[in-house]
Design a protein around this ligand. Structure first.
Ligand code: DHB
Length: 310
């Protein structure tokens, strides 16, 4: 038997495969379907103080190689998720609440609501690219630190951050220093590659309606960016702060690559939306196959084992 379990911030996951926040996790039905599936955890949609309809449709488009979205944070709001979360714990797998907001004070209000609801972990989303006029907090290191310090004073549940992709080593250094100072419990990376543009050449038109067609990219095309970001933080921290890798996971080999780079678990976005919750059983089977073929007895045994060339 190959052991696909993992531990993040002291919480044990039956396997290290879960949905990325945003993918099939807005409604009670969707969250319960994740609970009933082979997913190793349930991650909620990023939540805001009030329920939101999100941006106008079409706002998600998939193409060969990936997806683009500008959902605009459609969600049920803090109070509804806070009521739902206790019942989601009946599925005997960790529940991760994704906390967002439209302004800093929102996050503090959400933290108080989540302290009552008691998910296993909180994933603070510093990287939503789709709200017109609101920059991604994770690209502002001072603002990120201020917010996370305040959240640390409020949250009584271990919390991590969902980060955007960074494209320069100095930015990996800077965010790593911030996260160490605030004692972050884990990191999830990467969020979608923000503000990409997909063109339909026949119609000479954009493919999604919000923001003039600009949106967050996911799926296969972002995998090298995701792996680089996971690896960069692993190179700084090693096993001191666990990393949940996300970006471009379509099959068991993709999961294996994330783990080799240093991830302790992976999240699945685009391919979950395309394939539905049965994706988790397939990924678990494919990951077990490659671990066995490579002689690894467990997921954790190959974590960070990527070799550089001498
Ligand atoms: C949305 C997209 C994101 O990438 C994110 O982190 C949060 C919200 C959205 O458009 O709903």
């Amino acid at each position: 038997m190959t052991d696909l379990s993992t531990v993040i911030a002291g919480v044990t996951f039956p396997n290290g495969l879960m949905n990325a926040s945003g993918a099939l996790c807005v409604t009670q039905e969707e969250l319960e379907a994740l609970g009933a599936s082979e997913a190793g955890a349930i991650v909620t949609k990023s939540m805001t103080p009030q329920a939101r309809q999100g941006n106008p449709e079409p706002r998600y488009f998939s193409f060969t190689g990936g997806s683009i979205n500008s959902m605009g944070l459609p969600n049920l709001g803090y109070p509804v998720y806070a009521k739902l979360i206790p019942s989601l714990r009946r599925f005997s797998k960790p529940v991760i609440a994704s906390l967002a907001g439209l302004q800093p004070d929102d996050f503090l209000e959400g933290a108080r609501a989540l302290n009552e609801a008691r998910p296993d972990l909180v994933e603070v989303n510093l990287s939503c690219p789709n709200i017109p006029g609101k920059p991604q907090i994770g690209y502002d290191f001072e603002e990120s630190e201020r917010l996370l310090e305040k959240l640390g004073d409020i949250l009584t549940i271990p919390f991590g951050v969902k980060l955007p992709p960074y494209f320069d080593p100095i930015h990996h250094q800077k965010i790593a220093q911030v996260l160490q100072r605030v004692n972050i419990a884990f990191v999830t990376m990467i969020n979608s590659v923000g503000n990409g543009l997909v063109v339909d050449p026949e119609r000479e038109r954009v493919v999604i309606k919000p923001k003039g067609g600009f949106g967050g990219l996911g799926g296969r095309i972002i995998k090298p960016v995701a792996l680089a970001n996971v690896r960069a933080l692993w190179n700084i921290w090693g096993d001191r702060i666990p990393i949940i890798g996300t970006g471009g996971v379509e099959n068991g080999v993709d999961v294996f690559e994330h783990i080799l780079c240093g991830a302790s678990a992976v999240q699945v976005g685009t391919v979950l939306v395309e394939e539905g919750c049965r994706v988790f059983a397939r990924l678990a089977r494919e990951l077990a196959e490659i671990l066995i073929r490579k002689g690894y007895g467990s997921l954790m045994a190959c974590r960070g084992k990527l070799q550089e060339m001498s």
